[in-house]
Design a protein around this ligand. Structure first.
Ligand code: SER
Length: 318
């Protein structure tokens, strides 16, 4: 295998933490440069190089690329749906400008391969609700969704016009225990596990019937590595791939948790995030990812619930 030096922007985030560790297993700790605007989890800081990088500062990104002679970039920095709605236009600027800058740096530095995450947030109220096909009506109504969709178009453009082998996945809501999400609409599906383990009670900020596409983090990381390893000529989608995971409602997730913790209780107090969830579909058809690079998820709802509850730390006894 040709040796790679990988730069991860946003290595302290929910995906970045786990992806950094997996990539270090494959490529060796020293060959995966983690970066973020602030310190990442100790495991990331201690297992290989870490650089403080503000993704809105292209000079600093260039400096790190040159210092380490980077050959691949995973650009994971973004403000998620709920945070982007809260802060407005600056979220658009961060999400979009950092993507342009990183793609331009890849082109100018001869970096051929890049990963950039998109999201099921690209879909909007006019998208079919169930089994959303790869190509469909895409009219997002959130700032985050608009930035992801515009970004997908730019990925396709850079691939076609500038030969940058940029690859992307439309991640569903991601659930894991090694790193916390922040500012997303699907974050309830992580919070609920900590509440179940700690107080056996959770008040959900979405209503009981909000069905959303989700995925357990080990599947998401495996999908990412699998897509990045796939032969370029097999990839027919250069915007971003739909991938199949699991879909459930808060009520269904609560029932699955109650099978493990029978006295767990949930109630509902929807806030502004309900409107965001209502604009997104409930399930995704990932048949292009399956056909092009063999994507098949491993975790179902109960498998994910069991594994989460097993791995979340038990609360300290007082
Ligand atoms: N998990 C993201 C969010 O809720 C969707 O990609 O914003």
């Amino acid at each position: 295998m040709q040796s790679e030096t990988i730069l991860i922007l946003g290595a302290g985030g929910q995906i970045g933490t786990e992806l950094t560790m997996e990539l270090r297993k494959v490529h060796g700790g020293a060959n995966v440069v983690a970066s973020d605007i602030r310190a990442a989890a100790p495991i990331v800081m201690e297992s290989g190089p870490f650089e403080t990088v503000d993704a809105s500062d292209p000079k600093r990104i260039a400096e790190v690329i040159d210092q380490y002679k980077v050959t691949q970039v995973y650009h994971l920095v973004a403000l998620l749906s709920a945070t982007s709605e809260r802060i407005g236009i600056p979220a658009w600027h961060l999400n979009m400008n950092s993507l342009f800058e990183v793609m331009e740096l890849c082109v100018s530095r001869g970096i051929k391969k890049m990963f950039w995450p998109s999201s099921i947030a690209v879909f909007g109220p006019t998208t079919p609700k169930a089994n959303v096909p790869q190509q469909t009506v895409i009219e997002p109504t959130t700032i985050y969704g608009m930035s992801k969709y515009a970004g997908e178009l730019w990925c396709d453009y850079y691939f076609k016009k500038k030969g940058l082998d940029v690859r992307s996945i439309r991640y569903p809501g991601l659930i894991g225990y090694k790193s916390a999400p922040g500012g997303g609409t699907t974050d309830y599906a992580v919070e609920i596990f900590y509440a179940a383990k700690q107080s056996k009670q959770y008040t959900c900020f979405l209503n009981a019937e909000s069905r959303l596409p989700m995925m357990y983090m080990p599947d998401a990381i495996r999908a990412t590595l699998q897509l990045m390893d796939a032969p370029a000529d097999k990839l027919s989608i250069r915007h971003s791939y739909n991938i199949t995971g699991i879909d459930f409602t808060p009520a269904e997730l609560a029932t699955a948790i109650q099978q493990e913790i029978p006295d767990f209780k949930i109630d509902y107090n929807p806030d502004f995030r309900q409107a965001i969830a209502d604009s997104w579909p409930g399930s995704i058809d990932g048949s292009w990812a399956k056909k092009d690079w063999g994507w098949v998820p491993q975790y179902d709802l109960q498998g994910m619930v069991k594994d989460m509850l097993l791995n979340i730390p038990v609360p300290a006894t007082v």
